[in-house]
Write a protein that binds this ligand. Structure first.
Ligand code: TRP
Length: 452
């Protein structure tokens, strides 16, 4: 199946509240369970440094957020879940992208412009208090996305400009170096996702100080927050207007249709606000308590979380490492030809590489890739449709090594095109032989694309 690679970054500042859960965590985890989605979720902890220089806070928030997502049901076997700062290829790519990014593009970024406008308004120097991290934020975010050839990036509306910039930067790099190195990511705005009202009826947000905590403070803090939700002054027995009540909106975000309908009728029939709050608390606690229990168990075992994140970083780097190797090579920062004595250079074949199609025993369509000297480098997967097999070959020829994301298996390689596995190499004797084969495969693909 053609899986869509969906990638998103989670900012690691603060502790998740109910609004984060309903608006981001819950829908993202639900989407990650779809068969046609290859989900990448990561904690944007390098980005967090722009806003905070307090090591304890940075460390604490990262841990709490990892534990929260896991407790809410994120399955790290299924999703590639990692920390940005565990992937050295991200800052590395960020620099490569920095060098093709117009400074003027960054001058126009909303967050930077807002800071400048504020300074100018108050008569300060335009760049007062602005660190270069804030300025470079869009480039680092582009690197987050482009290092993994993500197709879709689910984010809030405030991030649309960042996605446009990521596409701009990718196109500029592709243009300068003459090949489609990067998939152009598409923004995905979740229109129907709930933005929850906070205690005072405005959007639930840390900056309004009106949040209901998800796990922090336990069931007691949850109850206390629910009891502080602002309601109108209608007395018990007086009919209430559910559509004018944030309490009802919160209830609806967590209840099924039938439950919501009966809560609506109860309010219209005059249910007291105090009882309504009890009902909301009961509903929330019923869903949150089991997750909170997992959360507390996880937080108590940071070493276990660490292990999960290391495994996530390993999976992520299996994609980013070969990707960066291709990019380095393309821009002139590849490794030089082996120095005499440091390994045997293979004699270069004079003949061009070739692709050979055939039908396998099941009548399905496959192809092989041979190097110029006849060595078989790749066997494609079986295609039901000969046209699809043809299209994959055509795509390989177009892209060369640039877009062929090679995933490293212990002693074999998997080739992906546009997020879909298209073929694999023979199983090699050891990792060293595999790495040599990787070089060979890249060279051959580039020859095939006529780029070498
Ligand atoms: N800027 C995003 C936010 O504030 C977080 C983020 C960082 C991100 N890197 C990303 C989101 C890459 C999507 C993809 O929400």
């Amino acid at each position: 199946m053609n899986r869509t690679r969906v990638l998103t970054g989670i900012t690691t500042t603060g502790t998740p509240h109910l609004g984060n859960y309903a608006g981001a965590i819950r829908p993202a985890i639900a989407a990650s369970r779809r068969e046609d989605v290859d989900a990448f979720f990561f904690m944007a902890d390098y980005h967090a440094l722009i806003k905070s220089d307090d090591p304890t806070r940075i460390a604490r928030s990262r841990l709490e957020i990892a534990a929260s997502w896991l407790a809410c049901g994120l399955d790290p076997e299924r999703v590639t879940f990692y920390r940005q700062s565990d992937i050295p290829e991200i800052p590395e790519l960020s620099w490569l992208l920095t060098c093709v990014t117009a400074k003027g593009l960054l001058n126009r970024a909303h967050a930077y412009k807002a800071a400048v406008d504020k300074n100018v308004e108050s008569g300060e120097d335009a760049d007062a208090g602005v660190n270069a991290g804030l300025y470079m934020y869009p480039v680092l975010m582009a690197a987050d996305i482009l290092a993994f050839d993500a197709h879709k990036v689910p984010v809030g509306r405030d991030q649309i400009q960042h996605l446009e910039m990521a596409r701009d930067i990718a196109q500029r790099f592709n243009h300068i170096y003459g090949r489609d190195f990067f998939v152009l990511p598409e923004v995905q705005i979740e229109e129907q996702v709930a933005t929850l009202p906070g205690l005072d009826g405005r959007k639930m947000s840390k900056s309004y100080d009106n949040t209901i905590p998800l796990f922090a403070g336990g069931s007691k803090a949850l109850r206390e927050a629910v009891m502080r939700i602002v309601t109108d002054s209608r007395a018990p027995g007086e009919p209430k207007d559910p559509d004018d009540s944030s309490l009802f909106v919160l209830y609806r975000a967590f209840a099924g249709e039938a439950e919501t309908a009966s809560f609506r009728s109860a309010l219209e029939a005059g249910l007291a606000w105090g009882e309504a709050k009890q009902a909301l608390f009961g509903l929330l606690e019923g869903q949150i308590a089991p997750m909170r229990e997992r959360y507390e168990a996880l937080i108590a075992q940071p070493a276990h979380i660490e292990e999960i994140l290391h495994e996530g970083a390993r999976k992520a780097r299996a994609i980013a490492t070969p990707k960066l190797a291709i990019l380095r090579e393309a821009i002139g920062l590849g490794s030089h030809a082996p120095v005499a004595g440091a390994g045997m250079a293979r004699p270069r074949a004079d003949k061009p590489p070739r692709l050979a199609s055939f039908r396998d025993d099941d009548g399905r369509f496959r192809f092989r890739l041979f190097a110029g000297d006849g060595e078989e480098l790749l066997l494609s997967r079986a295609f039901d449709d000969p046209k699809a097999a043809g299209a994959a070959q055509k795509r390989l020829k177009q892209l060369g090594a640039a877009a062929a994301v090679v995933q490293l298996k212990p002693t074999a390689l998997l080739l992906e095109l546009d997020g879909e596995a298209v073929g694999s190499t023979p199983d090699y004797a050891d990792e060293q032989a595999r790495d040599q084969a990787l070089e060979r495969l890249r060279e051959t693909l580039d020859q095939l694309a006529g780029a070498a």
